[in-house]
Design a protein around this ligand. Structure first.
Ligand code: SF4
Length: 484
């Protein structure tokens, strides 16, 4: 990979007038956020409205384009960007575009198609403050019939804004359907050594992204070069998904070879997103045509692909409501892999209202580690507990470690109590601290002049704890006795 541009490299090519037209106070601030992809070069009015800046703009585009090019599938709010990465390993910087999960849907579902698409359109998992969704639909031509495939493509784009991959190896059927929905910017799957010219010409004329597939890496790279010469501007590479003993390593190696060629070696023909098709596991059939595989094998292959930053995967599992387990596992894994390692997962300190707390409402104390604060908040909300949640600045460290390291202690909690005027919100002076912080209860009582109740070690136990033990009058009587 070439050396990553610095904010100064970008700043040197900007107008430097600090005119603020872009919403930033300085051109340097703009340059910093350009590199973080929070904005685009189009946001600088000087660059785009002054023809004399054309050369600088071209240079800036070159400096800011990643070695693996991004490809956009779909239009509107739910359009999906795949690829566009700068590093092989997340810890080297960060991954910018998470692996797109597309769910395979056959074109011969008949009346079930509409309900399936509506379900997939709305499926979401709330986790740690994020809403996790799938990225699109992969419509597979099972019927072999152009009218059925075309009608299914139109139906899907008519009822959902999800991006669509049109999957058909017959170029006539594929391109007829693509012509019907081309304004939705579908991804065409797939051009092969037999069909590249027809599909490539159509993709170039209609500015559509296209998948090239071949199990032979040299052939795949050669097809990429040919398609680019045809004028195709957005390509996704599919080296094939192989299963069975010894074959999983080929799948893994091919994906990594393509990513390495793009990111480390600046190969102009490998510089595209890479995809995998775990759904191909379902093609394992016995002599009677019955599928012979375990569903979890597909999900494991998908997990391997997500773990190595495969740009896009097509899954069969997940199409039905009772297959949410597969999406839950993969989306949770993906959320971790694609979290920015440069940003410590902290939450804002403060005293947060949960429900409608009255004067006797309990006050729970927790740390500002995001993975602690959010589950505690969710458990309180889920238990319908009207209360206050005091989030203390523990430097983003979880309770157990912060107690050991001294970031979550009597003094820091007392400071937060004063800063957020916690006891002015209720008519008692009782704090409930996590069970893992029991050992600081004595110092906290002294520092904050309060009664400390030690809660459960795990916030899932809070509802039961409140039901059985929350008797503020009794604790305040004890507190008063101590003062006498
Ligand atoms: S619009 Fe351009 S010139 Fe003006 S502050 Fe922003 S980056 Fe600088």
């Amino acid at each position: 990979m070439g050396k990553r541009a610095s904010p100064l490299d970008i700043y040197a090519l900007l107008d430097k007038s600090n005119c603020k037209d872009c919403g930033y106070d300085t051109c340097m601030a703009f340059a910093t956020d350009i590199l973080e992809r929070k904005i685009t070069l189009d946001d600088c009015t000087h660059l785009n409205q002054d023809p004399k800046q054309a050369k600088k703009l071209a240079k800036l585009r070159e400096l800011t384009s990643p070695p693996q090019k991004p490809v956009i599938i779909g239009v509107g709010d739910r359009k999906c960007i795949v690829g566009g990465e700068e590093v092989l390993m997340r810890h080297q910087l960060t991954f910018y575009n998470k692996a797109g999960i597309f769910i395979e849907v056959p074109d011969d579902m008949g009346a079930d198609l509409e309900n399936t698409i509506k379900y997939l359109n709305d499926v979401k998992i709330e986790r740690m403050g994020d809403t996790l969704t799938i990225e699109g639909i992969a419509l597979r031509c099972v019927s072999g019939d152009v009218e059925t495939f075309k009608a299914a493509a139109k139906k899907i784009t008519g009822i959902s804004g999800l991006p669509i991959i049109l999957c058909c190896l017959n170029p006539d059927i594929l391109l007829t359907a693509a012509g019907e929905i081309k304004e939705k910017k579908p991804l065409l799957y797939a051009a092969t050594k037999e069909t590249w010219e027809k599909i490539g010409t159509f993709a170039a004329q209609n500015s559509l992204p296209v998948v090239i597939t071949s199990p032979n890496m040299d052939e795949l790279i050669s097809l990429s070069a040919t398609m680019q010469k045809l004028g195709v501007k957005e390509i996704v590479l599919d080296p094939g998904t192989f299963y069975g003993p010894g074959s999983i390593s080929k799948t893994y190696d091919d994906i990594m070879r393509l990513r390495t060629a793009a990111i480390d070696n600046d190969d102009p023909n490998a510089c595209w997103p890479v995809m995998g098709v775990p759904a191909s596991y379902w093609t394992q059939v016995d002599t009677n045509g019955d599928v012979v595989m375990h569903q979890y094998q597909e999900v494991i292959m998908a997990a391997i692909m997500i773990a190595i930053d495969t740009s896009l995967i097509i899954l069969h599992t997940g199409q039905k409501k009772d297959e949410i387990w597969g999406l839950l596992a993969l989306m949770t894994l993906r959320q971790s892999i694609f979290a920015d390692p440069r940003i410590y997962p902290t939450a804002e300190p403060g005293c947060f209202k949960i429900g409608e707390p009255g004067p006797d409402a309990p006050i729970f104390v927790t740390s500002n580690y995001r993975m602690t604060k959010i589950p505690v908040e969710q458990d309180l909300q889920g238990g319908n507990i009207d209360c206050w949640l005091l989030v203390v600045d523990s430097e983003g460290i979880g309770i157990e470690s912060a107690v050991a390291g001294g970031q979550f202690n009597g003094g820091s909690i007392a400071e937060a109590v004063n800063e957020f005027k916690v006891f002015e919100k209720v008519n008692h002076r009782i704090l409930i601290i996590p069970g893992m912080a029991a050992r600081i209860s004595g110092t906290l009582e002294d520092e904050a002049n309060c009664y400390v109740l030690v809660g459960p070690r795990d916030s899932s136990g809070i509802p039961k704890f409140v039901e059985e033990l929350w008797t503020p009058d009794k604790y305040m009587a004890e507190f008063a006795e101590r003062g006498d």
